[in-house]
Design a protein around this ligand. Sequence first.
Ligand code: HEM
Length: 412
Amino acid sequence: MTSRLNPASGHPAEIPEYPMARAAGCPFDPPPALRAKQQEGPLTKVRLWDGSTPWLVTRYAEQRALLADPRVSSDVTRPGYPSPAPVTGSSKVSFILMDDPEHARLRRMVTAPFAVRRVAAMRPAIQKIVDELIDDMLAGPKPVDLVEAFALPVPSLVICELLGVPYADHDFFQDNSKTVIKRDATPEQRSAALGRLAGYLDDLLGEKLADPGDDMLSQLTERIKSGELSRQDAARMGVLLLIAGHETTANMIALGTLALLEHPDQLALLRDADDDTDGERLVASAVEELLRYLHITHNGRRRAALEDIEIAGQLIRAGDGLIMANDIGNRDPEVFPDPDRLDIRRDARRHVAFGFGVHQCLGQSLARLELQIVYSTLYRRIPTLRPAADLEQIPFKHDGSVYGVYELPVTW
Ligand code: HEM
């Protein structure tokens, strides 16, 4: 490799490639090279697949400051945007990749169903889904793949119900969303998968325009009829919600379970929690800690600077790319003492696993509720749950934009 001048420090240095590799045998920890960068300082340069050298922001305080700064853009088509893959016509996955005011206008159309109170009312329905899937698992053969039997169906069933998407089509949308978030999918593969999903959502919107039901897509058809929203934008929004609604939570369920099984003292605390307020508090705290500790959206929050920004003694120029490595931000010792320890009793609520600023996760109340129900039910109902494979045999999602496991064989 050739040596370059590192503009972050002013010293000649290798500019490391991003994303960085995790250490072998340490599946829950961010890459050691990322930790080393954090120790060097809050901002450094990295090199991407296309040779560009955006800033990598490794410390919690600077990450939050920049994510809340209106001078940074989420628009993939902006000069300098550090895209994880070549940008194509269909790269715009609705408002997650837009800036205000258009981002806010579209996001507002779908915020109501994700409000804390509305989500809390879904508790009995989600509990029923979780209980029935565990019944099926207990009645079926062992060992079983927890991802397929449980982790994926829970959030898929929930988001289908909320959006009004038939769960019978889950093979179709799960396969296509897998391609969308696969890091090594070619641009053509990703475009084709997004196109198929958008076509599918467009057909569904067509049906609901003619015969509306009591679901989110039907509510969006009202906006189409009033001229506030184009049918294409509604379909794209549907794709975003469908993908975001199940991929992330599914990975948190499977990887979270594996992390707990690998930390039996923490699992015991959770399993033995009483059904009272203290028990509920411990479950809620475990969810926050696992979100912090695992930080599954491990490809960083990507942004482009719209103006010159001075931060931490460094000048970021308009047009520079920015990657907030929130996985290492969640392990910042200034904010979370002894950050590499999984401790479900710590107060981890300040984590950035749901991002920060205007794009902070829209579905966070729903994700929290699903995870609280899962973590408080699965290990109590199957107290002897254990992996049916060695850690080295479990396939981790190093190649995806969402980290997790492809399979988790378990038995009891
Ligand atoms: C544990 C599960 C989840 C995690 C870790 C997670 C993580 C995130 C993160 C980090 C962002 C910020 C992206 C950015 O700043 O560029 C985000 C945004 C988003 N999430 Fe989630 N998410 C989860 C579950 C969900 C669920 C269940 C939904 C429901 C549909 C959802 C919908 C969204 C949407 C629509 C956005 C875009 C918000 C915007 O741009 O204004 N997420 N999520």
